[in-house]
Design a binder for this molecule. Sequence first.
Ligand SMILES: [Zn+2]
Length: 364
Amino acid sequence: MARRCAPRPPPFCPNPRCDSRSGSKPWRFKKKGFYLRNPSPHRIQRYLCHHCGRNFSSQTFSTTYRLQRADLLETLFLRLVACSGLRQIARELRVSPSTVQRQTERLGRHCLLFHEQRRPRAVPAEPLVLDGFRTFEHSQYWPFDLNLLVGASHYVYGFNDAELRRSGTMRPSQRRKRAILEARHGRPEARATRQSVEELLRRIVPPGRRVTLRTDEHPDYPRAIRRLEDRHFDHERTSSKAIRTPRNPLFPVNLADLLLRHSSANHKRETIAFSKRRQGALYRAAIWMVWRNYVKSTSENRKDPPPGVAIGVIGNRLTPGQILTQRLFPSRIRLSRWLERCYAGRIPTRRMERIRIHQPRMAE
Ligand SMILES: [Zn+2]
């Protein structure tokens, strides 16, 4: 007779408002039957929380929770960092583009939490390099910077977004179109870069600590640093025109930019796979960051461990399967306001009046 693997007991009540989370009494639950399903594991144990009466199952704690196609997540994780467009992936996996889109968003949310749970909470023990990766959403009229904060080890500590106004050489007709679009949808905040860089540094560098920060000569960076009076930055600036070799102090972030463009179909030049929403680009950046930090070798030639091993936040290289072992709950991880908004899919796109935000069936 085939042996059935017993499910692990549930670790906590999934209801964030359940008093078992804050109370001093030990959590009590009971088994409440099971249901059968086609994909493995076929038998899913159901439970009932004694404190709040919430019903849940062993699947509640799985990253494939409520997914019809639970077998796609790992493949999708790798495809998304192998420069495939969403429709290309859908054709290969024989599913609809909307399935790929929904599962990509779920992967993005998971990766935001996965990284937040693992990244060092103490002051980074290495110089940090900061730069804005220029890309766009919806059309070339709506550029934005993906601000990346990378360590000398190539570990990506974090990122966020800053809307920009379209600039550079434009034909008179393009100028007119920009004016019409801005009149209709509003103009990006002039202070967006300063505000975003401030948020990112505040998130990664704890108060009262000192860190070396390397950037180019963008005037908004010193402005952001001046507002972080309770942190000390030894700010080293290098011209963005300096040759981009490994000797350049900005090399870690220059390499991250190259790798991000090389691995992500949405950031290729002249592509039709560009992100329609900044939110989509941010979810994909979260997946890329987890792959870069915990899966991919720091150097492909040396086949060495990923940057996360080098700075000691993980012991060994992780596989996508290990990254996706357990569902993560935002209510159990401390998130900054920007991360909360990004997790919930609330980063707006000016061109779209209505955006779809993440509304979990059960409060998490
Ligand atoms: Zn409960």
